[in-house]
Structure formats: structure tokens, C-alpha cells
Design a protein around this ligand. Structure first.
Ligand code: AMP
Length: 379
């Protein structure tokens, strides 16, 4: 067990690292953030920050030597330097988990090899004819680069001849996966924590609504049948066990028209769709992450109240001809007793950039969603 008072190293300095640092500090740990860019959301609230490249082995070695355990909030870290860290200090989740999750092709092959339900896909090598491969899979489909992308980056939906040309222009000569386009009923996510002692807990399933590929609303409890809920939870546990996870793992799922669930993506870290836990769960995902990587007993994951989380993007600022004109109407959220506002301290709002989020609790998930939509409209 890594006792309170020790230092946790975090690779990545974004908002997930910031909320992790808040939770760690509350339990009496010190946090050392390693992040290439200065002045990020996590460094600002942590005891120590190192701003060096992920490929700088000397700096990473010094970082690893200065902490008692290392975790990460960001997947796009080259796996090789992590092997060095792992020789010096425990790294959770292990680099083998990151390797599977940071590359779409590896991730999908891993799901297929281990018989987990996933979106059907075809692999395309850089030298293959992408247009021919798209036609073989059939339209509509989604072309995604093999290397990790997020929030819809590195992917394009292909539904006609024109969009085949768009996909070829964007992705020809890159390794890609082509997925069948899934006409899903809704998107779900399940978040699993597994501790170094082998203890596991699954947070209640969230129902997620995306807009332009970016998470817009997370609704808890998800409005699904008990059978689907139980399938999603069991799947989450099975994947965490198979990966030999220590830490947190988010699993994004599609619920199909026939009631089946398919894995879309795995993320071995806290997840945007788990932010609701800060305000409406006995234990937040960030505290659970601290507990899991330090080998502390895991916390209770009971829902305190139905809740909806809404992302606040840079789009919420008032823009005038591309120039920033005014702040969002924070007063609207602050005046609502059942709403909680979380801002990440990012200096520069940009369209599509995650700047913060808010949650609204209510007696039912539907009522929370209605209240959340009304507040979002007033922002
Ligand atoms: P990703 O970056 O792969 O998680 O994709 C972002 C979002 O794009 C997902 O949350 C879905 O809303 C949508 N999407 C991705 N892949 C597919 C697919 N095969 N079929 C339908 N929608 C998809």
C-alpha cells in the first residue's frame, strides 16, 4: 500500500489530472505532474510540475525517482519511455494496458482475440488501397486512423462517393481501421476500478449523448433495461480482469437496436463520462483512481441522486466574427441550487475545447436532463 503522505506522479497535465490532483491532495498525497506544456490545468493545483517532453528519458527518470507510484491521465504517451519508468517505480495501469488502448488497431484486435463484443472492422495498411477497402466493408462506415484519436479526431464517416474521396484525401497512406457505421440506440459507458489488491468496483452505467463527436450530456442512471445494465457491468469487469488492470478503465459502448452492446473504445484513465461522480456518487472516479493505484480499499459507488453532466466547451463563450466577446452566463448555473459548476482554469477558450462542465441533480434522470438542457441554453 502506498500510504497518504507519499507522492503520486501523474503523466499528463489536463483537466483529468487536475481533478485527480484535487482528490489525491484531499487524501493527504502530494502530486507531481509531468506534462510537456507549461501552465496546464493540473500543474496549477499540484505540489510539483515538470515540463519536459514524454521522450526525454533523463527527465522521466528523474521524475520516476522522485515519486512513489506513477499513473496517467492521457493515453498518447509513447509506450517505450514507460518501460523505463516501470523499472523504477510502480506504473498503474501497466504499460501493457496503455499499449492496447492507445492504438485503435491493437485495441480492436485485442477485443476480437479475447472474444469481447466489438464493432466489426477491417484493417487497412498504409500501402493498401483505402477506397477499395472502404467499398469492401460497404457504406455507411467510419474510417479511423490506427493511432489513437479522441473526440472524433482522426476519423471520418463515409456514406457516399464524395465522402470516400474525403476519407482518401485525409487518411491515404496511413494505417487505418474501417468500422461498420452502427445505427445505435444510444451510447453508454462503464467505468471500472481495480486495485493492486485485486478488489474491483464498477460505477453505475452512464448514458451519453455526443454532439459533433464530442460528449455533450452524461445521464445517470442510464435509461436502459436491467438486463443491459447488468451486461455492461459484467463486460466491464471481464475486460478489466483480462487486462490485469490496476487503476481505472472506461469502456465506451454502443447499445444496438436489438439490445446488444458493442465496445467502441477503451480508455485506461478517468473519463469525461464519469465526471458526474464528483457531485452525485459516494466516491468520485478521481478518488477511486487514487485508491486503486495506491492499493487503498475502494470506495462505495452508490449513486446519491439521478444526475446529468453537461460539458462546457469554448463554444459557450460569446464570439463576434471569430473574436472572443464575452464570458458565458455563469450566474445562471450558480443561481441553481441543484447545479454544480466545475471550471478547469484554461486560459484560452477555443471552439470545441473542453473548458469545464456542470452537473444537475433531480428526482429522476429525465427531470435532470430537462433541467440540464434548460441551463445549457441559458449559458
Ligand atoms: P471515437 O473517437 O471512436 O470514440 O468516436 C467518437 C464518436 O463518434 C462516438 O462516440 C460515436 O458517437 C461516433 N462513432 C464512432 N464510431 C462509430 C461507428 N462505428 N458507428 C457509429 N458512430 C460512431
Amino acid at each position: 500500500m502506498i500510504h497518504p503522505g507519499k507522492t503520486i506522479g501523474v503523466l499528463g497535465g489536463g483537466q483529468l489530472g487536475r481533478m485527480f490532483a484535487h482528490a489525491a491532495e484531499r487524501l493527504g498525497y502530494r502530486v507531481h505532474v509531468y506534462e510537456p506544456e507549461p501552465n496546464g490545468p493540473a500543474g496549477e493545483v499540484s505540489a510539483t510540475e515538470t515540463n519536459r517532453a514524454y521522450t526525454d528519458i533523463d527527465a522521466l527518470t528523474a521524475f520516476a525517482r522522485s515519486v512513489d507510484v506513477v499513473t496517467y491521465e492521457f493515453e498518447n504517451i509513447p509506450a517505450e519511455p514507460l518501460w523505463k519508468i516501470e523499472n523504477l517505480v510502480p506504473l498503474h495501469p501497466h504499460s501493457s494496458v496503455l499499449e492496447v488502448c492507445q492504438n485503435r488497431m491493437r485495441e480492436k484486435n485485442w477485443l476480437r482475440k479475447n472474444d469481447f463484443p466489438h464493432v466489426p472492422f477491417a484493417e487497412v495498411e498504409a500501402t493498401d488501397d483505402l477506397a477499395a477497402a472502404i467499398r469492401r466493408v460497404g457504406l455507411p462506415c467510419v474510417v479511423k486512423t490506427a493511432d489513437f484519436g479522441y473526440d472524433g479526431k482522426g476519423q471520418v464517416k463515409v456514406s457516399d462517393e464524395t465522402s470516400i474521396a474525403t476519407a482518401v484525401a485525409a487518411f491515404a497512406k496511413q494505417r487505418c481501421v474501417i468500422e461498420k457505421f452502427i445505427d445505435f440506440k444510444c451510447e453508454l459507458s462503464v467505468l471500472v476500478a481495480r486495485s493492486s489488491t485485486g478488489e474491483v468496483k464498477v460505477f453505475p452505467v452512464a448514458e451519453n449523448i455526443h454532439t459533433k463527436h464530442i460528449l455533450d450530456f452524461s445521464i445517470v442512471p442510464a435509461r436502459i433495461s436491467d438486463a443491459v445494465r447488468s451486461d455492461a457491468e459484467k463486460l466491464g469487469l471481464a475486460i478489466a480482469e483480462k487486462l490485469n488492470l490496476v487503476g481505472l478503465l472506461a469502456i465506451e459502448l454502443f447499445l444496438t437496436d436489438r439490445g446488444g452492446i458493442l465496445v467502441n473504445e477503451l480508455a485506461p484513465r478517468p473519463h469525461n463520462s464519469g465526471h458526474w461522480t464528483l457531485d452525485a456518487c459516494v466516491t468520485s472516479q478521481f478518488e477511486q483512481h487514487v485508491r486503486a493505484v495506491c492499493g487503498l480499499p475502494l470506495g462505495d459507488v452508490s449513486v446519491v441522486s439521478p444526475v446529468v453532466m453537461v460539458n462546457i466547451l469554448g463554444d459557450a463563450w460569446k464570439w463576434d466574427n471569430g473574436y472572443l466577446a464575452d464570458e458565458p452566463n455563469w450566474a445562471a448555473i450558480l443561481a441553481e441550487p441543484r447545479a454544480k459548476l466545475h471550471l478547469y482554469g484554461k486560459k484560452e477558450p477555443r471552439i470545441g475545447r473542453k473548458m469545464g462542465h456542470f452537473t444537475v441533480t433531480a428526482a429522476t434522470a429525465d427531470a435532470a436532463l430537462e433541467a440540464a438542457r434548460a441551463l445549457k441554453a441559458r449559458l
